[in-house]
Design a protein around this ligand. Structure first.
Ligand SMILES: Cc1cc2nc3c(=O)[nH]c(=O)nc-3n(C[C@H](O)[C@H](O)[C@H](O)COP(=O)(O)OP(=O)(O)OC[C@H]3O[C@@H](n4cnc5c(N)ncnc54)[C@H](O)[C@@H]3O)c2cc1C
Length: 302
């Protein structure tokens, strides 16, 4: 236990990622602002659902902060002071809350605005930080207030205060989204479910194995045309390419999957093969811990 009562343990990070890859680090489970402040006294990283990360086999030297306890709980009751008959503003939803369970709970309550994010396996904080979404909707469709914690202190902002856009929140790297208040529209469970099913349908054909989702962003060709990264990888004949226990999914070229026992080195090798063989400059969608300048810059904020 730390001075302020945070649980601190040296753990393999693989268990916190959807790819199932990553070496050890000192993990800080922080459930209060006081514990967050203590964790941030030394160099740190913030880990959410680990669904957009490839973490090195050697782990990382920094403290790895995970939101837990009250910062992983949700209060979906309307705040009477902020809600109107048409628009509900909820109580606080912790940054450590898993997004899939939140989306399901909102559907049952007939509350709309975040159903377009169905199927995204991250946590609320990580998904706000990168404004995760699909063509059916994104996180910033449903945000009222965002609480951000840094070593300098805590502030509450609204989306209007941030320079957010496509898959970016404008929140700098390592500024921690500790909690948010959601802004939702009153609908019906049936109507929200119908929109979720449409968004779900678009995911058919994605592999079911362990993966961090799409490897590359869809590139824009010199003429301005946007092309599908998956299609380019497929046309380069790379589907089914295997290095160690990592595989370019036969179902969808833009997904790298862990067949069991894959290493970060296997995944990096596949990313390099794709980069070399596709012949069109492609920007990485995954975030690499630590950053590999040869492969990527972090996504999310610019
Ligand atoms: C099968 C699959 C499908 C996916 N589909 C989509 C999709 O349709 N659309 C989409 O946008 N993404 C998709 N993703 C990618 C990923 O799920 C999202 O980007 C998700 O929002 C990442 O959230 P996370 O909590 O897992 O973040 P992590 O992967 O843990 O971290 C990603 C970044 O966010 C930062 N971060 C994490 N938590 C916080 C916090 N509380 N405060 C500040 N920064 C934080 C991390 O430091 C890191 O820089 C998919 C991934 C998978 C595996």
């Amino acid at each position: 236990m730390s001075r302020t009562g945070a649980r601190v343990e040296r753990l393999p990070l693989a268990r916190f990622t959807t790819l199932g890859v990553g070496g050890e680090a000192e993990v800080w489970f922080t459930g209060s602002h006081e514990q967050l402040a203590e964790a941030m006294e030394q160099p740190y990283r913030i880990l959410g659902g680990g669904s957009n990360l490839v973490i090195s086999d050697q782990g990382v030297p920094e403290r790895v902060i995970r939101l837990s306890g009250p910062l992983a709980e949700r209060d979906l009751n309307p705040d009477p002071a902020l809600s109107t008959p048409d628009e509900i503003v909820t109580g606080w939803v912790g940054g450590g809350v898993p997004l899939p369970g939140l989306v399901r709970a909102l559907q049952k309550l007939g509350l709309s605005n975040l159903e377009g994010t169905v199927g995204i396996p991250g946590q609320v904080g990580g998904s706000v930080w990168m404004n995760a979404g699909t063509r059916f909707g994104e996180m910033f469709d449903g945000l009222h207030t965002i609480e951000i914690v840094t070593p300098q202190g805590t502030r509450q902002v609204t989306p209007a205060d941030l320079d957010w856009g496509y898959r970016r929140s404008g929140i700098p790297l390592n500024h921690i989204v500790s909690r948010v208040r959601l802004k939702l529209r009153l609908s019906t469970p049936e109507a929200v479910l119908a929109r979720m099913e449409a968004a779900d349908q678009a995911r058919k054909g994605q592999p079911k194995n362990k993966t961090p989702g799409c490897a590359f962003k869809n590139p824009t060709l010199p003429g301005g045309e946007k092309v599908s990264a998956g299609k380019l990888i497929d046309e380069a004949g790379l589907k089914g390419t295997r290095v160690g226990n990592a595989l370019i999914a036969p179902e969808h070229g833009n997904f790298i999957v862990n067949l069991g026992g894959a290493t970060a080195a296997d995944v990096h090798a596949l990313l390099r093969v794709i980069r070399e063989r596709v012949g069109v400059p492609m920007e990485l969608e995954y975030e690499l811990w630590p950053t590999d300048p040869g492969l990527s810059a972090p996504a999310g904020s610019e």
